[in-house]
Write a protein that binds this ligand. Structure first.
Ligand code: GDP
Length: 364
């Protein structure tokens, strides 16, 4: 089915495109009340897979949101419908630049995303902002939980901000976020930003789904260098010292220290030399350069083939992860498993059984 056919099919449905420019308000005297009522009733109905796919491909934000709600739902019927929508959107996905942003809470991730996002939308980009925060619950999620965050971007018609899928296992949250990326890309968003909370394993998950990974840091480099996990620095394609306007000298010094530290790391597989820069989400200093670096990276890695190689590797890893998660789920959800585990635990505590023997019995 072509996009045009879809549009025809979709013509009865409420239409609010993020991709098309508005056709202007409908003159009041032509508003047909029964039409509006029909639309209202329709909106309350559960849209079909066709309507969702068609809406997404036309950049309809309302239907994109509804599809994401299905992705996030734990109901089996919703999950099945979501999978159908995702599969049909897959051929239209993959065209965005996926940017991961991490850093400790308070470093300025949201503010930077707001400033960068506004810069991008003012240059004609369509920006989707997602988050990975396995600890978040919808009501108190880190992203947008506090309403003052990303104030301007959240009302920008060319931006779409979605909080982290609500609390669950990291694997589950990561999977949902990947699926949401597919939907956003099919809806025409050409920049996808994935924010992580900057503590624990969530950055590993984010790294596994983005093209470029930005680590935001503060100027108190001495302590930061000590505290920061080597693994996170190794994942970064760029380190930016944020809030640099507070003390340029200290920020420069911190940048120099990071550059020195990076010299000790092996060359990344991408062949890209990790950049260390200064930025200020307040004064906007370095924000344009930040985006230029992302584009430079994309051009560089597309030329040397790493860009596609990395995406392929990410896809293969997703499969492996899905197998591992599936096995784990089946194991723990097997009938009577909980009781059997409990009884074997007891035997281990009483020294009647070694842990390995217990595991073997259960796996068997
Ligand atoms: P997040 O927890 O990493 O998302 O950090 P936020 O974006 O919420 O920022 C934490 C605090 O730092 C907020 O009070 C921001 O207003 C402030 N902030 C963010 N960026 C800058 C900056 O460039 N300069 C200064 N001075 N403050 C900033």
């Amino acid at each position: 089915m072509t996009l045009m056919d879809d549009k025809h099919l979709y013509s009865n449905f409420e239409y609010e495109s993020a991709l098309s420019t508005g056709t202007g308000a409908t003159p009041k005297d032509t508003v047909n009340n029964s039409y509006l009522e029909r639309m209202r009733a329709r909106r309350q109905q559960e849209p079909s897979v066709e309507e969702l796919v068609s809406g997404i491909l036309h950049g309809d934000r309302t239907l994109l949101s509804r599809a994401i709600t299905l992705v996030e739902s734990s109901l089996f019927a919703h999950q099945r419908k979501a999978q159908e929508v995702i599969e049909r959107c897959l051929p239209y996905s993959g065209k965005s630049v996926r940017l991961g942003i991490t850093g400790v809470p308070g470093v300025g991730k949201s503010t930077t995303i707001e400033t960068l996002g506004k810069h991008l939308t003012s240059h004609g980009h369509k920006v989707a902002v997602l988050a990975i925060d396995p600890s978040s619950e919808r009501s108190k999620g880190s992203i947008l939980g506090d309403k003052t965050r990303m104030e301007e971007l959240s009302v920008d018609p060319n931006a779409f901000i979605r909080p982290s899928p609500s609390a669950g296992s990291l694997g589950g949250v990561a999977r949902k976020t990947r699926e949401i990326i597919t939907l956003c890309e099919a809806a025409g968003f050409d920049v996808v930003i994935v924010e992580t909370v900057g503590v624990g394993q969530s950055e590993v998950a984010a790294h596994s789904m983005v093209d470029f990974f930005l680590l935001l840091q503060l100027a108190n480099a001495g302590d930061e260098l000590q505290g920061i996990k080597r693994g996170i620095m190794e994942m970064a394609d760029m380190i930016s010292i944020n809030k640099c306007e507070l003390d340029m000298q200290r920020a420069e010094l911190a940048a120099a220290q990071y550059r020195n530290a990076l010299h000790l790391f092996p060359m990344p597989e991408s062949g890209w030399t990790v950049k260390v820069t200064l930025c200020s989400a307040y004064t906007k200093q370095g924000i344009e350069d930040l985006w230029n670096s992302v584009m430079e990276y994309v051009t560089f890695t597309k030329q040397n083939g790493y860009f596609y190689h990395k995406r392929q590797q990410q896809n293969l890893r997703i499969m492996t992860e899905a197998i591992e998660n599936g096995l784990r789920e089946r194991f723990y959800n097997a009938p009577g498993m909980e009781e059997r585990i409990e009884s074997l635990k007891q035997q281990i505590l009483e020294n009647k059984l070694t842990p390995y023997a217990a595991a073997d019995i259960l796996l068997g």
